[in-house]
Write a protein that binds this ligand. Structure first.
Ligand SMILES: [Zn+2]
Length: 887
């Protein structure tokens, strides 16, 4: 390779710069869009915004577009890199510096100082991901223009020289197009400000910012991948709405904050926040508020997860009326305690009311974004050096104190799910090793193949945050006061949710132990395939992936059944599970009528072991592909989207049921199982009120829908309800079940988003096949059940009696649910209702509970052939239909 001397390089850079910068006409947003971003009643769609960015990039050497891939709905997605032409010409070098400082390895402090002096601060800034919060994606258009077109402004020159801005026009292109189309359709009608009757990001809607560490969605993966590639010192995301009447919420956040955040990042987050508010006040934009509403607890916010990787990650919330429609506010609309317009420590310039327009929101966002860029430009070197210090200190800390490592043993109840957990860590930029020989720690030997996460790595705090049980602090004013509520959830410990066993290593990991470890380059799914000989294949019921195999085998024309007899055959051995303590279980999956090659292909693809045998075991209940209906209200229900995503991923191909589809009746002819995802009974039954939205979206299931569901269950259908939708089923079908938490106030019982242990009564019940004895479930403001007189059914899961069920998070007054039912099967006519008092799928994280859903779907009487035998004979004994819970 021929070396280019620095002087030639700088001449080339100068030449490029002088050729393209001055004299070129840089298009204004108005010239391309026909409107100024933020104009009343106008919103640029994503397609229009993209067109503008492309024209802007073609006109200037201060901006480069960079493709990040496609969105869920298939749109092309680009980000803009904006900086001085000189910096853009040396992008690779600045990326390299950012990466070396972020990882902190192989550098002395002096090396790091030199790199910090030379480097540029990369900043992530975006137009938001909640597409109904519309101003963010308008402001990015104007921000890009201002930075690219302005000449001779010292502030902008300093930003361009010190900062490389990674500007995401929006984090949700699909949603921006959908929301803008909806607004345009209704503009000027009585429904101009109607709520969008859909999830604006496919599957997840407003939860698109709660996928930060799980990265289930394509969009989250692309954001995380870019963060790991570019290592920005700051990650700033725009949201709306501010706590009224404030005009913008800006950090500092409220308590509590995670102890796993490097203190340098937490301190600088506050510096940014106060600088932003001052910057706005200096430019006559009053009404910024801090320290209210939003906390720093849940690490899964896509605009926050990066702080555990030592990137200063935060968001703001600018005031919003609706879409691009303006609104006038008077002081007497303000909450009473804010009507005096009194200055507060963290609300120094109270807003005094008046018009609030989209243009105002865009102006505040431009101010807030510029403040972040300005602060970064001024403190560039310190910020870069701090990034190094945080990495260095994390590495040093976990060489001196536990956890020194975490082990994920090969022996697992559900091995493919353990491999999925490893994959999640790798996506998050975590270094994972695999033992090439037995790994000794904690006084035991972990089999070769076990995964080891050494904690002396730069982003170790994220691992600790995800693996340890959360202890949400009790921040009540007094022992009897109401709890300080978490803004999101209180506990999320990922291995618990996924049902994956992990172990903390409490002694330093020595050189001998390290010598037997190999750094994983990429995720490797668990092995699968056919073993043994014979034309019948038996698969363990323990792995979630077995349901992918079942659904594929049925689609391929195979015959599938479940073994009613207990068997140790595949309960543990095939998967290498050591959890034989759970003993023999029934429920083995038996596949026949499919050739070995095809079976091998299915098993390999889905990481399951199919044991070939000569003849099927006795007592197999055959099944067929269940026809699953999934209720989808017009009020967008996030749980519906997540459920759809999971069912599609596991090959269930659910059919969407709108109100009219259910009200039309004859459901038992078309479906074996119908799922009603988590929502309040009122939303399900009543839907949108008349006059609030165009007529076709008005209303819920109503009386006709309820009657159709009753008929469906009476005729043998399986109705499955999640969390608060269970209350709708109890009410509408008149089930003899009480919610023991009904009417309790927050100080009498509180548990919002915490992981609780449940005990499963009878692992040979088809609904519990393949489950461990004590799984952990996500409880999120749901019900807890108690059978009432006349109850006919089975209590499937209970919260432990005389033992606090809390595994991670916060649970106030556990005694209210101890011994109460968490899940039950209620007989109804020839069918049944499965009531879940928790979230068996929660944000695509609770893999450990998925089988409860899959089993309920397959436990449909209409699927059991040739006999109608639904359960083993002993299941029909009187204890199963007892009206009293056993404990
Ligand atoms: Zn938001």
């Amino acid at each position: 390779m021929k070396l280019i001397t620095p002087s030639i390089l700088s001449i080339l850079v100068m030449a490029v710069w002088t050729l393209s910068a001055p004299g070129q006409s840089i298009p204004t947003p108005e010239s391309v869009l026909g409107h100024k971003p933020g104009a009343d009643f106008y919103l640029a769609s994503y397609d229009e915004s993209r067109e503008y960015f492309r024209k802007l990039a073609a006109s200037s050497d201060r901006i480069k577009l960079y493709s990040v891939g496609k969105t869920t709905r298939g749109l092309d997605w680009e980000i803009a890199l904006i900086s001085s032409p000189q910096n853009l010409a040396r992008l690779d070098r600045y990326k390299e510096i950012a990466a070396r400082l972020a990882h902190g390895r192989g550098l002395s402090d002096d090396d790091a100082r030199a790199l910090a002096r030379e480097g540029k601060a990369i900043v992530h800034l975006d137009g938001g991901l909640h597409s109904t919060e519309v101003a963010g994606a308008q402001h990015t258009i104007q921000l890009a223009y201002n930075l690219v077109a302005t000449q001779g402004d010292p502030e902008i020159d300093s930003i361009l020289n010190n900062v490389i801005l990674m500007l995401w026009p929006t984090l949700n292109p699909d949603g921006q197009n959908e929301v803008v189309a909806w607004y345009r359709k209704n503009l000027g009608t009585p429904y101009e400000v109607s709520q969008l009757p859909d999830l604006y990001q496919e599957y997840v809607g407003h939860d698109n910012n709660r996928d930060g560490y799980m990265n289930n969605m394509i969009e989250s993966q692309e954001v995380t991948r870019a963060e790991l590639e570019w290592n920005p010192v700051v990650f700033y995301c725009h949201h709306q709405t501010a706590p009224f009447p404030a005009r913008i919420f800006i950090p500092p956040f409220v308590e509590p904050i995670s102890s796993n955040i490097n203190p340098l990042m937490a301190r600088w987050l506050n510096v940014y926040g106060i600088n932003m508010a001052a910057y706005l006040d200096e430019r006559q934009m009053p009404g910024a508020i801090h320290k209210t509403g939003f906390d720093n607890w849940y690490p899964g916010f896509l605009d926050f997860t990066h702080i555990f990787r030592n990137s200063i990650a935060f968001f703001t919330e600018t005031a919003l009326y609706r879409y691009a429609t303006p609104r006038f506010y008077t002081v007497d609309e303000f909450p009473r305690d804010r009507q005096a317009l009194r200055s507060e420590v963290f609300y120094s310039s109270p807003w005094t009311g008046g018009w609030w327009r989209l243009g105002d929101a865009v102006r505040y966002m431009l101010g807030a974004s510029m403040a972040v860029l300005d602060t970064t430009a001024k403190y560039r070197e310190s910020l870069l050096y701090n990034r190094y210090q945080a990495a260095r200190d994390n590495i040093t800390r976990f060489r001196k104190e536990p956890p020194f490592a975490y082990v994920i043993p090969q022996e697992q109840h559900d091995p493919p799910t353990a491999a999925t957990l490893v994959e999640k860590l790798l996506i998050n930029g975590i270094e994972v090793h695999q033992a090439v020989k037995p790994f000794a720690a904690n006084g035991r030997e972990y089999r070769a193949g076990s995964w080891v996460i050494l904690m002396d790595q730069p982003f170790a705090p994220l691992v600790k945050e995800l693996f340890e049980p959360q202890r949400y602090p009790d921040l009540r004013d007094g022992p009897n006061g109401p709890p300080v509520l978490p803004y999101d959830v209180a506990g999320w410990t990922l291995p618990m949710q996924m049902g994956v066993e992990t172990a903390v290593v409490t002694q330093p990991v020595g050189a001998d132990q390290r010598a037997g470890l190999r750094l994983l380059e990429r995720a490797a799914p668990a092995q699968g395939g056919v073993q043994g000989s014979g034309s019948v294949f038996v698969i363990s019921h323990r792995t979630n992936a077995s349901f992918k195999a079942i659904n594929e085998a049925l689609s391929a024309g195979g015959k599938v059944g479940f073994a009613v007899e207990k068997s140790a055959f595949t309960s543990g051995s095939a998967s290498g599970s050591a959890s034989s303590a759970e003993g023999q279980q029934s429920g083995d999956v038996v596949v026949s009528g499919i050739d070995r090659d095809r079976m091998n292909e299915i098993a390999r693809k889905n990481s399951v072991i199919a044991q070939a045998v000569a003849k099927a075991p006795d007592g197999v209940i055959s099944t067929s592909k269940p026809r699953v209906g999934l209720y989808r209200a017009w009020v967008p229900i996030i749980d519906e989207g997540w459920t759809r995503w999971i069912l599609e991923n596991y090959g269930f191909a659910p059919e969407t049921l709108r109100n009219g589809d259910i009200q039309a009746g004859h459901l038992s002819e078309r479906f074996d199982a119908i799922i009603i995802p988590d929502s309040s009974p009122r939303v399900i039954l009543d839907g949108f009120a008349p006059g609030t939205i165009p007529g076709e979206y008005v209303g819920g299931l109503g009386d006709a829908g309820v009657e159709a569901l009753r008929e469906f269950a009476r005729r043998g259908g399986t109705l499955i309800t999640f969390n608060n939708a269970s209350l709708m089923a109890i009410e509408s079908l008149g089930l003899p079940v009480a919610n023991v938490l009904d009417g309790l106030k927050n100080d009498q019982f509180f548990c919002s988003g915490s992981l609780l242990k449940v005990e499963l009564r009878d692992l040979n019940h088809p609904a519990l096949w393949g489950m461990p004895r004590e799984p952990i479930v996500m409880f999120e403001r749901g019900p807890a059940f108690e059978p009432k007189s006349g109850f006919q059914g089975v209590v499937l899961a209970t919260y432990p009696k005389d033992r606090n069920p809390l595994a991670s998070g916060f649970l106030l007054h556990p005694e209210r649910i101890e011994g109460k039912a968490a899940a039950m099967e209620v007989f109804y006519g020839r069918g049944r209702v499965y009531l879940f008092g928790f979230r068996p799928q929660w944000r695509g994280q609770s893999h450990g509970a998925y089988k409860l859903i899959f089993n309920a779907i397959y436990d449909s009487p209409s699927l059991a052939k040739p006999t109608s035998l639904q359960k083993p004979p002993e299941k029909k004994s009187s204890e199963q239909t007892s009206s009293q819970p056993e404990n």
